[in-house]
Design a protein around this ligand. Structure first.
Ligand SMILES: N[C@@H](CCC(=O)N[C@@H](CS)C(=O)NCC(=O)O)C(=O)O
Length: 151
């Protein structure tokens, strides 16, 4: 989304899960996402950036989408970290793994509990709690989030 917003031509490379174990040790911090920047100056230069927030901050700062002052940037960081916390909240963090069958539904929910019931009991309330906090934070903002410009 950010690459499209800033208008940078890019190639979206998806990794075949079967090829990931061999690729993993070659990645900085052994994780994805990875932004590979190719600078075609006098001499071609390739720079790799990992960590999703670092990638987003770089694109925001380099292409005019960061806040207009330190306070606005603090708000941007605040929301980025809050969303990160939300994705790690109990119920939410394991949901994608439960969905694809990599994590089984905890015994406490009873044997044979289906995914729908688990979602209703555990995931949805957690999502609603996190969304309410994020909504409240956004309602308290000015015209745009993090100031009067798109960030
Ligand atoms: N702090 C990192 C977390 C990155 C992360 O969790 N990457 C996952 C995919 S979303 C990954 O590479 N998993 C494969 C692995 O660790 O082997 C970020 O925000 O970019």
């Amino acid at each position: 989304m950010m690459l499209t917003l800033v208008g940078l031509p890019f190639e979206d490379v998806r990794i075949d899960p079967k090829k990931w174990p061999a690729l993993k040790p070659t990645m900085p911090f052994e994780q994805l996402p990875l932004l590979e920047l190719i600078f075609n100056g006098k001499k071609k230069r390739v720079v790799k950036i990992t960590q999703s927030h670092a990638i987003l901050r770089y694109l925001g700062q380099a292409y005019g989408f960061s806040g207009r002052n330190h306070l606005h940037n603090a708000m941007v960081d605040e929301l980025a970290d809050a969303v990160d916390d939300a994705s790690r909240a109990q119920g939410i963090s394991d949901w994608p793994l439960v969905l694809i069958g990599k994590v089984s539904i905890p015994e406490e929910f009873g044997k044979g509990l289906d995914k729908g019931a688990y979602f209703t009991a555990k995931v949805r309330p957690s999502m609603e709690k996190q969304a309410k906090m994020i909504d409240k934070f956004l309602e308290d903002q000015e015209e745009y989030f993090g100031g009067r410009t798109v960030t």
